[in-house]
Write a protein that binds this ligand. Structure first.
Ligand code: KG4
Ligand code: ZN
Length: 294
């Protein structure tokens, strides 16, 4: 609440715009923590009311999902979407704005959550994804054979919770105290590389399977985990080999940001898809049309 007016003024100043110049006000309506949702939502509604402009309630996941297209010159196109954030791992068949079919999701931890939980066990700072990514670059991904749960099963769901258990059982074998602070640096890097590669293998394998099933020729990957350096590299190689267009957001737009919510709002506005000012926030908001699976 204290920071939002400051950020808003700074954003308007940088853009060289006044509040009255804004055509549409969009804000995240869910899913997320209700207190945080209410702050942004109330501010956007108040601005819309004061400026006499329409308001759009945006789903946070839709923001991530469309974010790769912010910088794609040809704009949005039907595609397969892989959303990998701290709270969600989803495979979605996207045919247009608001036209989504959920093909697969994580049955337990999200990919980002797996990075964060393993990092915590290794006494690395939060968020764990970037830390593991950095250390993994100096590690050997083949030294530890971590599981790739559900990778070869025919469905498109994920499971990542077994990974933290595998690391938990591995630690006491490496140091009698089981304390990650006692690990030598190379072992730490090898553990990180092993975990990172296990997560990437599963994501990559399921995404390629989903491309085959849907026959989409475009893959868009978004969410905080999509800035993982090795994931980006391996996605590029896999897509080039199959002549699939890979659409990735720039690193700055992978983790939570306002631009992706504005962009989703813009696409919705073009469809005249506005929200009444009494639209409530919803901490458990589902992706419209994506609740049911094929
Ligand atoms: O999309 P996001 O900003 O927030 C949610 O909506 O959840 O994603 C945050 C997640 C965290 O779990 C974080 O560890 C992960 O993204 N993350 C990464 C990397 N950077 C952020 N995971 C792997 N490698 C990274 N480089
Ligand atoms: Zn997010």
């Amino acid at each position: 609440s204290a920071n939002l007016p400051v950020v808003l003024e700074e954003a308007l100043e940088k853009a060289g715009r006044r509040v009255q110049d804004v055509d549409v006000f969009a804000s995240t309506a869910g899913p997320g923590l209700v207190a945080a949702l209410l702050v942004g939502n109330t501010a956007a509604k108040a601005l819309a009311l004061a400026a006499k402009k329409p308001f759009i309630a945006v789903n946070h996941l839709e923001g991530h999902m469309l974010s790769p297209f912010i910088t794609r010159p040809q704009g949005l196109t039907p595609h397969l979407s892989l959303v990998v954030s701290g709270g969600h791992s989803l495979l979605v068949d996207v045919r247009g704005t608001g036209d989504y079919t959920l093909l697969g999701r994580s049955r337990d931890d999200a990919a980002g959550e797996a990075f964060d939980k393993v990092a915590k066990m290794l006494a690395l700072p939060y968020p764990g994804g970037p830390e593991i990514d950095k250390l993994a670059n100096e590690g050997d991904p083949t030294r530890f054979a971590f599981p790739r749960p559900m990778m070869h099963e025919d469905h498109l769901d994920f499971s990542f919770s077994g990974l933290k258990t595998a690391v938990l059982y591995t630690l006491p074998k490496l140091t009698p105290s089981g304390d990650p602070h006692d690990l030598d640096r190379q072992t730490m890097c090898d553990l990180c590389a092993g975990v990172r590669q296990a997560i990437i293998d599963v994501l990559l394998h399921k995404a390629m399977k989903a491309l085959q099933k849907t026959r989409h020729k475009v893959l868009a990957v978004s969410g905080g985990v999509s800035c993982n350096s090795a994931l980006r590299e391996q996605l590029k190689t896999a897509c080039e080999r199959r002549r699939i267009e890979l659409v990735l957001p720039p690193n700055s737009l992978t983790t939570d940001n306002a631009a992706m919510i504005a962009f989703a709002g813009l696409l919705r506005a073009r469809h005249g898809d506005f929200s009444p000012l009494d639209t409530p926030v919803d901490p458990n908001m589902k992706l419209a049309g994506a609740q049911t699976r094929k």
